[in-house]
Design a protein around this ligand. Structure first.
Ligand SMILES: Nc1ncnc2c1ncn2[C@@H]1O[C@H](COP(=O)(O)OP(=O)(O)OP(=O)(O)O)[C@@H](O)[C@H]1O
Length: 614
């Protein structure tokens, strides 16, 4: 098998003209940013304060967008992390004389660790419950900050520390806090932009929208959620560190309304967009200064504008801008059909498994599997299954007989109550789904688990997660690393090639939300084939496909078999399944009633009675 690393090594990006233009654009943006920062740093205090507050809230909004936009974790705890950063800086600098830059490191680490602890809750609660839990976290911190008067100064708070001046020779640069804050904003934007342009981005979105898909591709979703939440909390703590230099630090500046306001900023600017949260932060923080009217009228106008923006612009200001600019960028030529596959080519070029079929080696084995949901009756009873390497093994049975449950037990979504699962001779029943992909076991789902807002290619790239080294650790710098650009190009190419080989090559840059069901199914298949698996478990792959699409799917699966890929296929459409199968196992009411060739199964009177209804 040609390994992914070989693939990457042969995929160095040529120094393209597009890359050169991108570098020039980046340089222009950086110079403009530096010029704007220099201008503000030498302006009057009024403008400086306006920009500083907007920039600090910009960082805070980016920190929320990182978890809400990319992971779907709507945190109302950002105000709490912000407050912890500001209080730590104020108290440790004023009372204990800590160096403020040393404090920055301390604050980032401390708030990051608190974030890891809070993020761990996301494994137990999600959606609204996660938002409420983080809201309570902020509420409790505000109460503590109000009541622990000796430490926090109570409702009055403390005056924050002074920010150090530039050394003598650099004083012409103006106010150092402006430079430092704008550097913080730039770093936060760069971090998010880099992640968005790395293969970690589709992985984050797959955790958000299709967690079982991510796990089946080898992604340790729990660790990633907790880690990213820690980074987000550290960013909010860093914003708090900056905020402490702006004046008084008191509970009112970090209460629950701040967390809600930050969410409003993200929604107005555009959730899951790099620049959107900063635009929202500018709008919200500058509004009272720009619209200088009676305070109560100002609140009403602000509230009305926010409601209008959130309801009328579901993707925020950035969403509108993208829609306006889309015609200028040009639209894709939509195709509406699968593409016939050249069987010989596909067989020769689909990523191959680690070994071709040898003898009668059993590659997946279930021994005495017992399983039931909660306190309900057993759904699987003493199930034995032996799948030979290189075979297509069908799994049939009436509705509710336990086929999908068995697929989930084999692939690791469910842990059996008794019995063993062995993959290539290794005990796998105690392993999480993400570890089984390392054994070469992949799966597809009955209802396609994909990320609708990503392209087909990006979805397929998720399947390469454990085939490319250090995707997570390189994500923050990805586009800046030569290895990152090379690996991304290789992943992109290999994903597009695999899509082409399953017959969806004309759709690679379309979003999953815009393609028909048949193409979704092929994308699922490509996302597992791209990794060159040894075994694929397919749960009702022909459901919802037209007759032509079913024939096409049968061709692809037959091709995979000639490559040596073992498949366990759950399917009701026996006319599609039986010609493909080497062996078929029939389940009824959670028990195996027969395993044999398709002809034996077809001829068995019990099977004809319970399943074929004869
Ligand atoms: N999450 C769940 N919680 C409780 N019971 C479940 C759950 N999932 C499935 N079941 C029950 O377990 C039994 C087996 O379901 P399963 O989906 O494995 O059957 P199946 O053979 O795949 O059915 P189908 O062909 O309709 O997909 C059914 O009685 C079903 O109602």
């Amino acid at each position: 098998m040609k390994s992914t690393t070989d693939h990457q090594a042969s995929a160095a990006i040529p120094a393209s003209r597009a890359g050169g233009w991108r570098a020039v654009m980046f340089l222009v943006v950086v110079l403009a940013y530096l010029a704007a920062t220099g201008y503000v740093a030498q302006s009057d205090l009024g403008l400086q304060n306006l920009v500083l507050v907007a920039a600090v809230f910009g960082i805070l909004a980016i920190s929320l967008d990182l978890v809400a936009g990319m992971l779907g974790l709507y945190s109302l705890g950002q105000g709490g992390f912000f407050g912890i950063g500001a209080y730590m800086t104020t108290i440790l600098a004023n009372d204990y004389g800590w160096n403020v830059f040393g404090l920055l490191v301390f604050v980032l680490v401390a708030t990051g660790l608190v974030g890891v602890a809070v993020g761990a809750m996301s494994l137990r609660v999600s959606g609204l419950y996660f938002a409420i839990t983080t809201f309570i976290f902020t509420l409790v911190l505000t109460v503590l900050a109000t009541d622990m008067v000796d430490v926090t100064g109570g409702l009055q708070g403390w005056l924050g520390p002074a920010f150090p001046d530039f050394p003598g020779g650099l004083q012409w640069l103006g106010t150092p806090l402006v430079w430092c804050t704008m550097a913080g904003l730039f770093l936060s934007l760069t971090l998010v932009w880099n992640v968005r342009h790395s293969p970690f981005y589709p992985i984050l979105l797959s955790i958000r929208d299709a967690e079982p898909f991510a796990e089946a591709a080898g992604v340790r979703t729990a660790a990633i959620k907790i880690g990213v939440f820690g980074v987000s909390a550290a960013m909010a703590g860093g914003a708090g560190w900056l905020f402490s230099f702006l004046g008084v630090v008191s509970p009112g500046q970090f209460d629950w309304s701040v967390s809600l306001n930050v969410l409003v900023m993200v929604l107005i600017g555009g959730i899951n967009t790099t620049i959107g949260p900063v635009i929202g932060a500018m709008f919200v923080s500058m509004f009272p200064n720009v619209v200088n009217i009676n305070p109560w009228l100002q609140e009403i106008v602000y509230g009305a504008l926010s409601i209008l923006a959130i309801t009328l612009l579901p993707n925020g200001v950035v969403g509108i801008a993208k829609r306006v600019l889309a015609p200028l960028v040009g639209s894709l030529d939509p195709k509406t059909d699968i593409v016939a596959v050249d069987v010989a080519t596909a067989a020769a070029t689909l990523p191959a498994p680690s070994a071709l079929a040898t003898g009668s080696e059993i590659i997946v084995e279930c021994r005495g599997i017992e399983f039931g949901y909660g306190l309900g009756p057993k759904v699987l009873r003493n199930v034995d299954l032996a799948v030979q390497r290189g075979h297509i093994h069908g799994l049939i049975g009436p509705n509710g007989s336990g086929k999908s449950t068995l697929a989930n037990v084999i692939s690791g979504r469910l842990t059996p109550h008794a019995g063993q699962v062995l993959v290539k001779g290794t005990r796998a029943d105690g392993m999480p789904a993400s570890s089984r992909s390392k054994l070469g076991l992949r799966r597809t789902f009955q209802a396609a688990q994909l990320v609708k807002e990503l392209t087909l290619t990006q979805n397929v790239m998720v399947g390469l997660f454990d085939r490319v080294p250090r995707i997570v650790s390189r994500a923050a710098l990805w586009p800046m690393l030569a290895s990152g650009r090379r690996d991304l190009a290789a992943m992109h190419r290999r994903s597009a090639e695999t899509l082409a080989l399953v017959g969806a090559g004309e759709w690679t840059s379309r979003q999953v939300g815009d393609v028909p069901h048949g193409i979704e199914q092929l994308t699922q298949l490509a996302s597992v084939c791209v990794a060159g698996p040894d075994v694929i478990v397919l749960d009702e792959p022909a459901t919802g496909l037209s007759a032509k699409e079913v024939r096409h799917l049968a061709t692809i699966l037959a091709n995979l078999k000639t490559q040596g890929v073992t498949m366990i296929i759950i399917e009701h459409q026996t006319r599609f399944l039986f010609p493909l199968c080497d062996r078929v196992t029939v389940l009824n009411a959670g028990e195996v009633i027969l395993t044999g060739s398709a002809d034996e199964v077809r001829a068995d009177p019990v099977v004809r009675q319970v399943y074929l209804g004869e």
